[in-house]
Design a protein around this ligand. Sequence first.
Ligand code: BTN
Length: 307
Amino acid sequence: MKLTRKSTDLLIYNLLAERRMSGEEIGEVLGISRAAVWKAINKIRQNGVQIDVEGRRGYAIVEEMDVNPYKVASIAFRNLKFLDEVFYYTSVDSTNLRAREYGRPSVLFFAESQSAGRGRLGRRWESERGGLYFSLTLQPPLGFDDLSKLTLIAGLAVADSLPGAKLKWPNDVMVEGKKVCGILSEIHGELERPVVIIGIGINVSNPVPENAIRVQQFWYVDLTQVFDKVLKTFQHHYSLLVGGEWEKLRERYAEKCDTIGKVVKVITPTGEIVGRAEGIAKDGAIIIDGKKVYSGDCIHLRNYRSR
Ligand code: BTN
Protein backbone atom coordinates (compact mmCIF):
# COMPACT_ATOMS: atom_id res chain seq x y z
CA MET A 1 0.00 0.00 0.00
CA LYS A 2 1.11 3.54 -0.73
CA LEU A 3 1.05 6.48 1.70
CA THR A 4 1.94 10.13 1.21
CA ARG A 5 2.19 12.93 3.76
CA LYS A 6 -1.38 13.88 2.79
CA SER A 7 -3.05 10.46 2.94
CA THR A 8 -6.24 10.86 4.97
CA ASP A 9 -5.78 7.55 6.80
CA LEU A 10 -2.24 8.49 7.86
CA LEU A 11 -3.38 11.95 9.03
CA ILE A 12 -6.15 10.35 11.10
CA TYR A 13 -3.76 7.76 12.56
CA ASN A 14 -1.44 10.58 13.65
CA LEU A 15 -4.31 12.49 15.27
CA LEU A 16 -5.50 9.39 17.13
CA ALA A 17 -1.95 8.60 18.22
CA GLU A 18 -2.22 11.80 20.30
CA ARG A 19 -5.70 11.38 21.80
CA ARG A 20 -9.26 10.12 21.41
CA MET A 21 -11.29 12.19 18.93
CA SER A 22 -14.82 12.16 17.60
CA GLY A 23 -15.58 11.73 13.92
CA GLU A 24 -16.93 15.25 13.84
CA GLU A 25 -13.77 16.71 15.33
CA ILE A 26 -11.52 14.77 12.94
CA GLY A 27 -13.69 15.90 10.02
CA GLU A 28 -13.34 19.52 11.09
CA VAL A 29 -9.58 19.36 11.59
CA LEU A 30 -9.00 17.73 8.21
CA GLY A 31 -11.81 19.46 6.32
CA ILE A 32 -13.50 16.22 5.26
CA SER A 33 -16.95 14.64 5.72
CA ARG A 34 -17.77 12.22 8.53
CA ALA A 35 -18.37 9.55 5.91
CA ALA A 36 -14.81 10.07 4.65
CA VAL A 37 -13.54 9.79 8.24
CA TRP A 38 -15.48 6.57 8.74
CA LYS A 39 -14.10 5.09 5.50
CA ALA A 40 -10.53 5.95 6.47
CA ILE A 41 -10.99 4.53 9.99
CA ASN A 42 -12.04 1.22 8.44
CA LYS A 43 -8.98 1.22 6.22
CA ILE A 44 -6.70 1.84 9.21
CA ARG A 45 -8.40 -1.03 11.06
CA GLN A 46 -7.83 -3.37 8.13
CA ASN A 47 -4.14 -2.58 8.28
CA GLY A 48 -3.36 -3.83 11.76
CA VAL A 49 -4.50 -0.98 14.01
CA GLN A 50 -7.32 -1.67 16.45
CA ILE A 51 -9.55 1.37 16.92
CA ASP A 52 -12.49 1.44 19.27
CA VAL A 53 -15.39 3.84 19.24
CA GLU A 54 -17.17 5.12 22.33
CA GLY A 55 -20.36 6.94 21.43
CA ARG A 56 -19.87 10.70 21.24
CA ARG A 57 -16.33 10.54 22.62
CA GLY A 58 -15.33 8.97 19.36
CA TYR A 59 -12.37 6.97 18.19
CA ALA A 60 -9.16 5.85 19.92
CA ILE A 61 -6.31 3.51 19.06
CA VAL A 62 -6.46 0.65 21.58
CA GLU A 63 -3.84 -1.68 20.16
CA GLU A 64 -1.75 -2.06 17.07
CA MET A 65 0.55 -4.53 15.38
CA ASP A 66 4.20 -3.84 16.33
CA VAL A 67 4.92 -3.09 12.71
CA ASN A 68 2.20 -1.60 10.54
CA PRO A 69 2.05 0.77 7.56
CA TYR A 70 1.03 3.81 9.58
CA LYS A 71 3.66 3.46 12.26
CA VAL A 72 6.33 2.95 9.60
CA ALA A 73 5.16 5.86 7.44
CA SER A 74 4.90 8.22 10.44
CA ILE A 75 8.48 7.43 11.42
CA ALA A 76 9.69 7.78 7.84
CA PHE A 77 7.99 11.12 7.14
CA ARG A 78 8.99 12.53 10.53
CA ASN A 79 12.67 11.75 10.02
CA LEU A 80 13.30 12.13 6.30
CA LYS A 81 12.66 15.66 5.16
CA PHE A 82 13.00 14.83 1.46
CA LEU A 83 10.54 11.93 1.49
CA ASP A 84 7.38 12.06 -0.67
CA GLU A 85 5.96 8.53 -0.63
CA VAL A 86 6.09 5.30 1.37
CA PHE A 87 5.25 1.87 -0.07
CA TYR A 88 4.53 -0.79 2.52
CA TYR A 89 4.46 -4.52 1.87
CA THR A 90 3.80 -7.39 4.26
CA SER A 91 5.70 -9.49 1.74
CA VAL A 92 7.46 -8.56 -1.48
CA ASP A 93 10.15 -10.01 -3.76
CA SER A 94 12.74 -7.30 -3.03
CA THR A 95 12.34 -3.67 -1.98
CA ASN A 96 15.32 -2.76 -4.21
CA LEU A 97 13.52 -4.31 -7.19
CA ARG A 98 10.32 -2.40 -6.37
CA ALA A 99 12.33 0.82 -6.07
CA ARG A 100 14.00 0.24 -9.42
CA GLU A 101 10.70 -0.52 -11.13
CA TYR A 102 9.00 2.57 -9.69
CA GLY A 103 11.90 4.72 -10.81
CA ARG A 104 11.13 7.90 -8.86
CA PRO A 105 13.35 9.48 -6.20
CA SER A 106 12.32 10.43 -2.64
CA VAL A 107 10.43 7.21 -2.01
CA LEU A 108 10.81 4.60 0.72
CA PHE A 109 9.91 0.94 0.16
CA PHE A 110 9.43 -1.09 3.32
CA ALA A 111 8.78 -4.82 3.65
CA GLU A 112 8.02 -7.05 6.62
CA SER A 113 9.60 -9.90 4.66
CA GLN A 114 11.13 -10.50 1.22
CA SER A 115 10.89 -13.62 -0.90
CA ALA A 116 13.83 -12.70 -3.15
CA GLY A 117 15.95 -10.40 -0.95
CA ARG A 118 19.10 -9.41 -2.82
CA GLY A 119 22.57 -9.07 -1.38
CA ARG A 120 25.74 -7.62 -2.89
CA LEU A 121 27.47 -9.36 -5.78
CA GLY A 122 24.42 -11.37 -6.75
CA ARG A 123 24.03 -13.06 -3.39
CA ARG A 124 20.75 -13.74 -1.65
CA TRP A 125 19.68 -11.85 1.45
CA GLU A 126 17.60 -14.01 3.79
CA SER A 127 14.62 -11.85 4.69
CA GLU A 128 12.30 -13.61 7.09
CA ARG A 129 9.88 -11.65 9.27
CA GLY A 130 11.52 -9.92 12.22
CA GLY A 131 14.24 -8.18 10.22
CA LEU A 132 14.22 -4.64 8.93
CA TYR A 133 14.16 -4.46 5.12
CA PHE A 134 13.82 -1.19 3.27
CA SER A 135 15.05 0.78 0.27
CA LEU A 136 15.31 4.51 -0.16
CA THR A 137 15.47 6.29 -3.49
CA LEU A 138 17.33 9.58 -3.76
CA GLN A 139 18.31 12.09 -6.39
CA PRO A 140 20.94 13.99 -4.44
CA PRO A 141 22.47 17.27 -5.57
CA LEU A 142 25.86 15.59 -5.93
CA GLY A 143 28.17 14.84 -8.82
CA PHE A 144 28.37 11.30 -10.16
CA ASP A 145 31.75 10.76 -8.48
CA ASP A 146 30.27 11.57 -5.08
CA LEU A 147 27.46 9.05 -5.23
CA SER A 148 29.50 6.25 -3.63
CA LYS A 149 29.81 8.45 -0.53
CA LEU A 150 26.07 8.01 -0.09
CA THR A 151 26.55 4.29 0.41
CA LEU A 152 29.30 4.93 2.91
CA ILE A 153 27.16 7.34 4.92
CA ALA A 154 24.24 4.89 4.88
CA GLY A 155 26.50 2.29 6.50
CA LEU A 156 27.78 4.92 8.91
CA ALA A 157 24.22 5.88 9.83
CA VAL A 158 23.45 2.28 10.77
CA ALA A 159 26.73 1.83 12.64
CA ASP A 160 26.11 5.08 14.55
CA SER A 161 22.63 3.82 15.49
CA LEU A 162 23.62 0.47 16.99
CA PRO A 163 25.64 0.21 20.21
CA GLY A 164 29.05 -1.40 19.75
CA ALA A 165 28.80 -1.49 15.95
CA LYS A 166 31.78 -1.21 13.60
CA LEU A 167 31.99 -0.87 9.83
CA LYS A 168 33.62 -3.35 7.53
CA TRP A 169 34.46 -1.50 4.33
CA PRO A 170 32.57 -0.61 2.25
CA ASN A 171 29.37 -0.88 4.22
CA ASP A 172 28.81 -4.04 6.23
CA VAL A 173 27.87 -3.25 9.80
CA MET A 174 29.39 -5.65 12.31
CA VAL A 175 28.85 -6.30 16.01
CA GLU A 176 31.20 -8.63 17.88
CA GLY A 177 32.76 -9.48 14.52
CA LYS A 178 29.46 -10.68 13.10
CA LYS A 179 27.34 -9.08 10.40
CA VAL A 180 24.22 -7.30 11.63
CA CYS A 181 23.41 -5.23 8.54
CA GLY A 182 24.09 -5.25 4.82
CA ILE A 183 23.58 -2.47 2.29
CA LEU A 184 22.96 -2.83 -1.41
CA SER A 185 23.26 0.41 -3.37
CA GLU A 186 22.26 0.63 -6.98
CA ILE A 187 22.11 3.44 -9.48
CA HIS A 188 19.62 3.81 -12.29
CA GLY A 189 18.07 6.46 -14.50
CA GLU A 190 19.81 8.89 -16.83
CA LEU A 191 23.50 9.62 -16.38
CA GLU A 192 22.80 13.32 -15.83
CA ARG A 193 20.11 12.71 -13.25
CA PRO A 194 20.68 9.29 -11.71
CA VAL A 195 18.45 7.87 -9.03
CA VAL A 196 20.31 6.13 -6.22
CA ILE A 197 18.66 3.19 -4.48
CA ILE A 198 19.96 2.39 -1.03
CA GLY A 199 18.69 -0.97 0.23
CA ILE A 200 19.25 -1.66 3.90
CA GLY A 201 18.75 -5.00 5.63
CA ILE A 202 19.18 -5.18 9.41
CA ASN A 203 18.88 -8.36 11.44
CA VAL A 204 16.65 -7.41 14.35
CA SER A 205 14.85 -10.54 15.59
CA ASN A 206 14.84 -12.69 12.44
CA PRO A 207 16.71 -16.01 12.38
CA VAL A 208 20.35 -15.58 11.33
CA PRO A 209 23.21 -17.96 10.42
CA GLU A 210 26.25 -18.61 12.69
CA ASN A 211 28.38 -15.87 11.16
CA ALA A 212 25.71 -13.20 11.65
CA ILE A 213 24.12 -11.50 14.65
CA ARG A 214 20.75 -9.87 15.28
CA VAL A 215 20.14 -6.64 17.19
CA GLN A 216 18.07 -8.30 19.91
CA GLN A 217 21.13 -10.37 20.91
CA PHE A 218 22.82 -7.21 22.21
CA TRP A 219 20.16 -4.53 22.55
CA TYR A 220 16.63 -4.70 23.87
CA VAL A 221 14.73 -2.71 21.25
CA ASP A 222 12.03 -3.39 18.73
CA LEU A 223 12.13 -3.08 14.97
CA THR A 224 10.44 0.30 14.70
CA GLN A 225 12.81 1.80 17.29
CA VAL A 226 15.77 0.67 15.20
CA PHE A 227 14.09 2.05 12.07
CA ASP A 228 13.48 5.40 13.79
CA LYS A 229 17.08 5.70 14.99
CA VAL A 230 18.61 4.72 11.63
CA LEU A 231 16.47 7.17 9.63
CA LYS A 232 17.15 10.02 12.05
CA THR A 233 20.89 9.40 11.82
CA PHE A 234 20.75 8.98 8.05
CA GLN A 235 18.97 12.34 7.64
CA HIS A 236 21.62 13.97 9.80
CA HIS A 237 24.51 12.50 7.80
CA TYR A 238 22.78 13.13 4.47
CA SER A 239 22.29 16.81 5.35
CA LEU A 240 26.01 17.05 6.17
CA LEU A 241 26.95 15.37 2.89
CA VAL A 242 24.83 17.60 0.63
CA GLY A 243 25.86 20.59 2.75
CA GLY A 244 29.48 20.03 1.74
CA GLU A 245 30.63 18.54 5.06
CA TRP A 246 31.98 15.28 3.69
CA GLU A 247 35.26 15.77 5.56
CA LYS A 248 33.51 15.39 8.92
CA LEU A 249 31.77 12.26 7.73
CA ARG A 250 34.99 10.82 6.33
CA GLU A 251 36.71 11.23 9.69
CA ARG A 252 33.78 9.68 11.48
CA TYR A 253 33.66 6.80 8.99
CA ALA A 254 37.38 6.13 9.40
CA GLU A 255 36.97 6.05 13.21
CA LYS A 256 34.20 3.48 12.98
CA CYS A 257 35.79 1.41 10.24
CA ASP A 258 37.41 -1.75 11.50
CA THR A 259 38.99 -2.43 8.12
CA ILE A 260 41.49 0.42 8.57
CA GLY A 261 44.59 -1.00 10.20
CA LYS A 262 44.09 -4.49 8.82
CA VAL A 263 45.71 -6.50 6.09
CA VAL A 264 42.88 -7.20 3.69
CA LYS A 265 42.06 -8.95 0.48
CA VAL A 266 39.71 -7.00 -1.78
CA ILE A 267 38.13 -8.77 -4.70
CA THR A 268 37.30 -6.17 -7.35
CA PRO A 269 35.77 -6.63 -10.80
CA THR A 270 39.29 -6.26 -12.24
CA GLY A 271 41.15 -8.58 -9.88
CA GLU A 272 42.32 -9.16 -6.32
CA ILE A 273 44.30 -6.77 -4.16
CA VAL A 274 46.02 -7.84 -0.95
CA GLY A 275 47.57 -5.21 1.28
CA ARG A 276 47.31 -2.88 4.23
CA ALA A 277 44.16 -0.79 4.50
CA GLU A 278 45.66 2.56 5.38
CA GLY A 279 42.72 4.95 5.40
CA ILE A 280 39.82 6.51 3.56
CA ALA A 281 40.79 8.94 0.80
CA LYS A 282 39.17 12.34 0.32
CA ASP A 283 37.12 10.96 -2.55
CA GLY A 284 35.72 8.07 -0.49
CA ALA A 285 38.03 5.33 -1.78
CA ILE A 286 39.84 3.00 0.60
CA ILE A 287 43.62 3.23 0.39
CA ILE A 288 45.36 -0.14 0.21
CA ASP A 289 49.16 0.00 0.13
CA GLY A 290 48.96 3.50 -1.32
CA LYS A 291 46.47 2.54 -4.03
CA LYS A 292 42.85 3.68 -4.14
CA VAL A 293 40.11 1.07 -4.34
CA TYR A 294 36.52 2.13 -4.92
CA SER A 295 34.50 -1.04 -4.61
CA GLY A 296 34.80 -4.74 -4.02
CA ASP A 297 34.35 -7.59 -1.62
CA CYS A 298 36.64 -7.18 1.35
CA ILE A 299 38.09 -9.91 3.55
CA HIS A 300 39.98 -9.02 6.72
CA LEU A 301 43.15 -11.12 6.94
CA ARG A 302 44.99 -9.86 10.04
CA ASN A 303 46.01 -6.76 12.02
CA TYR A 304 49.14 -4.77 11.04
CA ARG A 305 51.17 -5.73 14.04
CA SER A 306 50.70 -9.46 13.80
CA ARG A 307 52.28 -9.38 10.38
C1 BTN B 1 24.70 -7.38 1.43
O1 BTN B 1 24.93 -8.30 0.65
O2 BTN B 1 25.37 -7.22 2.45
C2 BTN B 1 23.60 -6.39 1.14
C3 BTN B 1 22.26 -6.83 1.67
C4 BTN B 1 21.15 -5.83 1.38
C5 BTN B 1 19.78 -6.32 1.81
C6 BTN B 1 18.72 -5.27 1.68
S1 BTN B 1 17.21 -5.75 2.45
C7 BTN B 1 16.38 -4.42 1.72
C8 BTN B 1 16.90 -4.29 0.31
N1 BTN B 1 16.18 -5.15 -0.60
C9 BTN B 1 16.95 -6.13 -1.10
O3 BTN B 1 16.58 -7.01 -1.89
N2 BTN B 1 18.20 -6.01 -0.61
C10 BTN B 1 18.33 -4.88 0.27
